[in-house]
Write a protein that binds this ligand. Structure first.
Ligand code: MN
Length: 270
């Protein structure tokens, strides 16, 4: 059984090494990973420069592209047959809540799902040092279950592991994506020539809409398992928007008419 392993921290990250080593116990591991760190590139694909694929050793390849490029090349070019599963990670640092929108780790798993392969993203909490051995233990357990039972259609699994030794892990919790944003996200400074420059950073603040928030699970020492679906359509509000469709089609000029139509269908604006 073939397993594709990729990441967004690059081929030289100890996280991908730990993951590949652990997964070798259950299948034939193929690694196709970026040649350097590509954290926070989300679902980017490389369209305007040639992609190069280098075989480092048997079944281990590097690409001068993004995590999503890697998954595409792996599935459509490198591997002789599709893998049974795509596993992305182990990322240096958590991917919780809104992080999944920016994460190359999660996007690689998403690409696997788009291409019809059950896929899992794995991220390890930590700052300077990371307990990848703990993360790998849980990654293997999740992968075994996915291989045995499959995944619901259009669904990937986002796994985060708290920064604790194995004996300190509180348990495993199935979670929802929380809201997790930055306080003062843009730092403004002056360069040596007196020109402004900006740094996207800031202090992380979290809040939740439910007791099953992923960041709360991690804070309480639980491994967090979040099923994520590809379809981000907000099905509950489709009817509200359908009321707009005829107005958009007709091109109503008076804004008061449009306002009253929206009023009838409930609050839509921010
Ligand atoms: Mn990363």
């Amino acid at each position: 059984m073939r397993i594709l392993v990729t990441n967004d921290d690059g081929i030289h990250s100890p996280g991908i090494t730990a993951l590949a080593k652990a997964l070798a116990a259950i299948g034939e591991v193929w690694i196709v990973a970026p040649d350097r760190e590509r954290t926070a590139v989300a679902h980017a694909v490389t369209l305007h420069k040639p992609l190069r694929l280098h075989e480092l050793s048997p079944r281990t390849y590097v690409v001068n592209g993004t995590p999503v490029d890697c998954v595409n090349l792996a599935l459509l070019k490198v591997m002789p047959k599709p893998p049974a599963i795509v596993v992305s990670g182990i990322n240096k640092g958590v991917n919780l809540g809104d992080d999944v929108m920016y994460s190359g780790t999660v996007s690689a798993a998403m690409e696997g799902t788009i291409l019809g392969i059950p896929s899992v993203a794995v991220s390890q909490e930590g700052v300077d040092t990371f307990r990848f051995a703990v993360g790998a233990t849980y990654a293997v357990r999740v992968v075994r279950l996915v291989l045995a039972h499959g995944l619901p259609e259009e669904t990937l699994v986002n796994v985060n592991i708290p920064n604790r030794p194995q004996r300190g892990i509180s348990g495993v919790r199935v979670t929802c994506l929380s809201r997790r944003r930055f306080h003062n996200p843009i730092i403004e400074k002056l360069d040596p020539r007196g020109r402004k420059y900006y740094w996207i950073a800031g202090e992380r603040i979290s809040w939740s809409r439910s007791k099953d928030a992923d960041h709360e699970a991690i804070e309480e020492g639980f491994v967090s398992i979040t099923p994520i679906r590809l379809d981000t359509t907000h099905h509950d509000v489709l009817d509200q928007f359908r009321a707009w469709a005829s107005i958009i089609a007709r091109g109503v000029k008076k804004s008061s008419t449009a306002r009253s139509a929206i009023g009838r269908t409930g609050h839509l604006g921010p």
